[in-house]
Write a protein that binds this ligand. Structure first.
Ligand code: HEM
Length: 236
């Protein structure tokens, strides 16, 4: 790809609109990931074998999985970097107003305000989720390997690791706190991403805000249910 095209792309991504668009598109991609990831983890409610079979068949996607993982990694890096840049540029452009915005939750121009604890804490919940992700991958993806079996094949007993972790109260409590932050981040993130993509007409905004909040709640609740079911002894 010609240098000029790459630099044009770079210039678009660095433009205020470009940053919001890329943050929105990567954000929606990550929402889809956590939704699928949450549903996948709920297979542990069926049985440990079902959970291990799910992970085993996913692993067997081979290059397709590596491609998805690479896309996931690039999305997280772009999303985080541009999210920080947007926050920093707002702080730079309006430090005084921004302080008021953070503390008072101002109404904007006679339209219903979508400012909330979620919107005012995006940089905080985003940073906490980024730190969580590193710890999470070290714990599970690159964590202890317990040999198991799926359909007669040697496979990882991932269920044993997940159950082992969430039988510890501090682990279950910390995941519950993180999922609350995830819910807050998604509650504003889903709506804001759709807003940035310019797909929200004035009339549908309240509805989309409501549906986005429900989806955020469902994803966070689905992630919280598993650790507590394991800790309470219903699973595992
Ligand atoms: C109770 C909540 C969760 C549980 C039980 C859980 C469980 C797991 C497990 C067992 C793996 C390893 C999969 C493997 O190696 O095949 C994994 C990977 C991963 N998790 Fe989670 N997870 C949870 C929440 C989250 C959340 C909230 C996020 C994002 C904010 C997340 C992001 C990831 C990512 C990016 C991977 C790597 C996926 C891959 O490379 O295939 N997880 N998770």
């Amino acid at each position: 790809m010609a240098i000029s095209t790459v630099s044009k792309l770079g210039a678009i991504i660095r433009s205020p609109i470009g940053k919001k668009l890329v943050t929105g598109i990567t954000g929606l991609g990550l929402v889809l990931f956590v939704l699928v990831h949450m549903l996948g983890n709920l297979t542990l409610f069926i049985s440990a074998d079902a959970y291990n079979a799910y992970a085993y068949h996913l692993e067997n996607w081979g290059p397709l999985l590596y491609g998805i993982e690479a896309l996931l990694l690039v999305s997280v890096l772009f999303h985080a970097a541009l999210g920080i840049e947007i926050f920093a540029s707002r702080l730079r452009s309006r430090p005084r107003v921004y302080a008021d915005y953070v503390s008072a939750g101002q109404k904007s121009a006679d339209r219903p305000s979508y400012q909330s604890v979620s919107s005012r804490t995006m940089i905080i919940t985003g940073t906490l989720l980024a730190a969580f992700l590193v710890a999470h991958l070290l714990t599970f993806k690159f964590g202890s390997y317990y040999p198991g079996e799926v359909d007669g094949h040697q496979a990882r007993d991932l269920a044993r690791l997940v159950i082992e972790k969430f039988q510890q109260l501090y682990f279950t409590l910390s995941y519950t706190a993180i999922m609350a932050f995830l819910g807050l981040h998604l509650r504003h993130g889903i709506w804001s991403a759709l807003q940035s993509l310019g797909v929200l007409g004035q009339g549908v905004r309240p509805l989309v805000f409501g549906l986005g909040s429900l989806l955020a709640l469902a994803i966070a609740a689905g992630f919280v249910a598993l650790p507590w079911a394991i800790y309470a002894g219903f699973v595992g």
